[in-house]
Design a protein around this ligand. Structure first.
Ligand code: MG
Length: 253
């Protein structure tokens, strides 16, 4: 049997707002820290500290055995990169910082891609802008009566119009009392009928956009996803609540 989509009560939404505020504040800290010379392990520690300071638990640590609190994915790495004390950021790197917490039984999840030093060359900068904008268009599609496919199409159409491709193998997801809930939220159109959006749905929408082809592979560490062609990738994510009055982005400060 297919698992049902959970619509959140007012109380649950309140807890998810709190969880996502902690995520957003943490990502703001990491964004400021993401300069040339910092190690990805230092970013991980800062995230963990800020979660704990706010009474939250880093959600990724231990999730299916993931060894750290953040996923940090540089350049051709797409998602799920593991922080490392020997890896230092360099000017011109594209760094995806993905973080989630559990707070009083509810989850928040968001990601940003940072250009270290502010300049990364035309293609990488266009890739980051296109990925960010594809998420904004997806959020705008989070309207009661639309379907999940409308979110997927918004991402795909914008990314491809910019000359880039969307990852197929990893998708966004429902979120709530669990980090990953139904429905799946792909970044590409599917042929089958997808669920209708209803008030009270909470979705983690996360476009992963590649400069080259959409194919990806997983490195031998069992986690790090990289583009198959070695070209750069960008990733943004927000947790979004569908309401009768339109989308509310829970993970935006
Ligand atoms: Mg996610």
């Amino acid at each position: 049997m297919k698992e049902a989509i959970v619509l959140k009560s007012r109380r649950e939404v309140g807890l998810m707002r709190d969880a996502n505020r902690i995520v957003a504040e943490t990502l703001a800290i990491l964004k400021d820290m993401a300069v040339a010379g910092v190690t990805t392990e230092e970013l991980d520690r800062a995230a963990e500290r800020n979660a704990e300071k706010n009474g939250a638990r880093p959600a990724f640590k231990g999730y299916r055995g993931f060894p750290a609190s953040i996923c940090v994915s540089i350049n051709e790495q797409v998602v799920h990169g593991i922080p490392n004390r020997r890896v230092r950021l360099k000017d011109g790197d594209l760094v995806s910082l993905d973080f989630g917490v559990e707070y009083k039984g509810y989850f928040g999840d968001a990601a940003i891609t940072v250009v270290v030093g502010g300049r990364a060359g035309d293609e990488k900068e266009r890739l980051v802008a296109a990925t960010r904008e594809s998420l904004e268009r997806a959020i705008a599609a989070c309207v009661v009566g639309n379907r999940v496919n409308d979110i997927s199409a918004a991402v795909q159409d914008h990314a491809e119009a910019c000359g880039f491709s969307v990852v197929r193998q990893f998708v966004g997801h429902g979120i709530g009392a669990r980090l990953h809930e139904p429905p799946e939220v792909p970044n590409y159109r599917r042929a089958e009928r997808t669920p209708k959006l209803m008030a009270g749905m909470t979705l983690a929408i996360e476009p992963m956009v590649n400069a080259g082809a959409f194919e990806v592979k997983v490195l031998r560490d069992g986690w790090t996803v990289v583009t198959a062609d070695g070209r750069p990738s960008a990733h943004f994510e927000h947790t979004v609540l569908v309401t009768d009055g339109g989308p509310e982005v829970l993970s935006r400060l």
